[in-house]
Structure formats: C-alpha cells, structure tokens
Design a protein around this ligand. Structure first.
Ligand SMILES: NC(=O)c1ccc[n+]([C@@H]2O[C@H](COP(=O)([O-])OP(=O)(O)OC[C@H]3O[C@@H](n4cnc5c(N)ncnc54)[C@H](OP(=O)(O)O)[C@@H]3O)[C@@H](O)[C@H]2O)c1
Length: 314
C-alpha cells in the first residue's frame, strides 16, 4: 500500500519502529460525549488496527496513563486478537508517581527512579499488557534525585531477564542522558521530548545536534501542540501558524492538510525525529500516515519557523 509508513532504526543497536508512532494518552480521556468510551478495549483495538493498516506499528504508552489503568485496557484489546502482539512494538514509561486511587499512599506528584520502583512498575506493566517483553522502556521525566548506578542496576537486570529489550529517556537533557549512559553497558536508544512548531527549543539547546551526532533518532510528542493548532479560540501564534500551514498545504497538493504539514515539518529535520501522534480519530490516523510522502523545501520549513517565532532568521 502506498500509504505505508516505513520503519526506522532508532539507533545502531536500537529497535526498529515505525517512522510515525501512535501515542495513546488521549485515548485515556473522555470522548466528545464526555464518556470514557475511547478506552474500551474494542475501541483501542480499532485504533491499533487502523495504525497497522497504515504501517504504524509502534505504540507509546506509560504506566500512569488512565490513572495507571490504561495498560491493562490496552492488554485487553490485544487479547481480542492475540496475533497482533507479534506485529507491534510497545514503548512504555515509568517514574511518575501521582496521587490517585491506584496509589493511595501518594501525597504529592513526584518521580521515583529507585531500583525497587522501576522493577515493580515494569513487572506490573508486563502483567497488565499481557506481553513477555517491553520493546522500549523510557524514564518518563527527568528525576532530580536519579541515582544513575541504581537505575543501571535495574535496567541491567530487566535486560538480562529479557523483560525489556531497549531503554531510553523522555524529557531528558543531554547531560542527564549522558549521565545515565555512563553507567550502562549497552546504549540508550532514544530520547522522547516535546517538539513541534510550538515547541522548538530542541533546535537551539543542542539536543538535536547531539542526537544527530550520535545517530540516535528522537521522538517528538505533542506534534500539533497537543491540539492547540485546532483550538476554537486561537491565540496569535496559532493564527500565524494556521495561515502559513494552510498556504503550504495548498502549495503541496489539493488534499494536503495542515496536520500533515506539521508532521512533515518535524520529519524534515535530519536528526530523524519520529512524531508521536495523539489523534484518536481513525481518519486522522490515515491522514497522519500519508504525511511521510510530503517533502517541504527549506523556504517552506523556514516560513513555518518564522510564523511560530514571529521573526525572520537572523
Ligand atoms: N513523554 C512525555 O512526557 C509525553 C508527554 C505528552 C504526550 N506524550 C505522548 O505523545 C502523544 C501525542 O501527544 P499529544 O496527544 O499531545 O499530540 P498532538 O497530536 O499534538 O495532539 C493530539 C490532540 O490534537 C487533536 N487533533 C489532532 N488532529 C486534529 C485535527 N485535524 N483537528 C482537530 N483536532 C485534532 C486530537 O484530537 P482528536 O483525537 O479528535 O483527533 C488530540 O486531542 C501522547 O498520546 C503520548 O503518547 C508523551
């Protein structure tokens, strides 16, 4: 099928993932009728199948999504068609501890990267998802109290047991990434952070230079500003972005949409950034997949940068 999203290796010894990754966070929320129907296993399955039909094989989760219940629902969805397990890669994350029913002793949102907590949460994720291994485990947020030796101990054990195949960071600075890497006998394979025409700091704070140098593909969450691009009350930056994205879409072809242009803008960067898309719409999953065909030129890319900043490049 011509809409197939290609696979990409996150790093030399890293896993192959789809160039566009499906993010599950919005499926844990309420739908337009204010009902929690999106996270029903049948609905999760239909999104997984729409992704697979488009070549999107990699799914981004976290232990905390859906108040620590979503992994179990995703696992239920996989049980409906067990052969799907062999066709997908699962990314999950841990370290955020948030007060809710599932964690009654938690008084304040905090991070936990202790050996004990990482092992406990990975074992829980495996059980809830009903899978033998996690393809890629990310530490969700940069823990100010991270003891890299302790994390490394947990990672080495999980790796030797075959429970987690690869490890990476999420929202990591370069220094934090290097610190954890310095204690590990195997390479961290990726870093996931916010990146879009709304959040471009990775372009100038050296992150994308560093990961390009290391030939490590990164993952961009909230590629549409977490839906801000489609806000009913758009702010000034959103108005500017919409205008240029609409113009670029029209120049690229009759059916091109502004979300596709956004994804193509992200993928144009040579650091090989994989957008983690957040739409829950079956149609928009297919639209997103088709964006791998779009190629912007340098002026189109820069016009979007300029619309975001409200300035020209120096
Ligand atoms: N590592 C981290 O700390 C972290 C943080 C945040 C997110 N993430 C991951 O990244 C994924 C994506 O993030 P995100 O959900 O913020 O991404 P996003 O793609 O920027 O935003 C998704 C939102 O945009 C809306 N949307 C998309 N296309 C639209 C269109 N054409 N018209 C109107 N609305 C549209 C979606 O609504 P519809 O569902 O109606 O399309 C959804 O509410 C998450 O699911 C999660 O897996 C990771």
């Amino acid at each position: 099928m011509s809409t197939i999203v290609p696979q990409i290796k996150l790093s030399e010894n890293g896993p192959s993932v789809s160039r566009i990754i499906y993010g599950t966070w919005h499926m844990t929320g309420v739908d337009q009728n204010n009902e929690h129907t999106l996270s029903a296993p049948e609905n999760i399955l239909s999104r997984i199948k729409a992704c697979l039909a488009a070549g999107i094989t990699t799914f981004d989760l976290s232990d905390l999504y859906g108040f620590y219940q979503f992994e179990a629902l995703f696992g239920e969805a996989l049980k409906l068609e067990p052969e799907i397990k062999d066709q997908i890669q699962i990314i999950t994350k841990t370290d955020i501890v948030k007060p809710c029913e599932a964690i009654p002793k938690c008084r304040i949102k905090h991070y936990n990267t202790s050996r004990e907590y990482i092992l406990q949460q990975v074992n829980r994720s495996l059980e809830m998802l009903g899978v033998k291994h996690i393809d890629l485990l990310l530490l969700h947020r940069q823990d100010m109290l991270m003891d890299a030796d302790e994390v490394a101990e947990a990672f080495k054990l999980l790796h030797s047991e075959g429970k987690v195949l690869h490890f990476g960071g999420s929202n990591f600075t370069i220094q934090h990434f290097k610190l954890l890497q310095s204690r590990l006998p195997f390479p961290l394979v990726s870093n996931q952070f916010e990146f879009s025409p709304y959040e471009m700091s990775a372009l100038t704070d050296d992150r994308l230079d560093y990961f390009q140098r290391k030939r490590i593909a990164t993952m961009a969450y909230s590629p549409l500003g977490s839906g801000r691009l489609f806000s009913k009350n758009p702010d000034e930056q959103t108005r500017r972005l919409r205008a240029i994205l609409e113009q670029t879409a029209a120049d690229l072809g009759p059916d091109v949409t502004i979300d596709q242009v956004c994804y193509a803008w992200i993928m144009m960067h040579p650091a090989k950034i994989c957008p983690v898309i957040g739409t829950t719409s079956l149609d928009r999953i297919l639209t997103a997949a088709k964006s791998v065909r779009l190629v912007l030129d340098r002026q189109q890319w820069t016009e979007i940068w300029s619309a975001s900043t409200g300035t020209q490049v120096p």
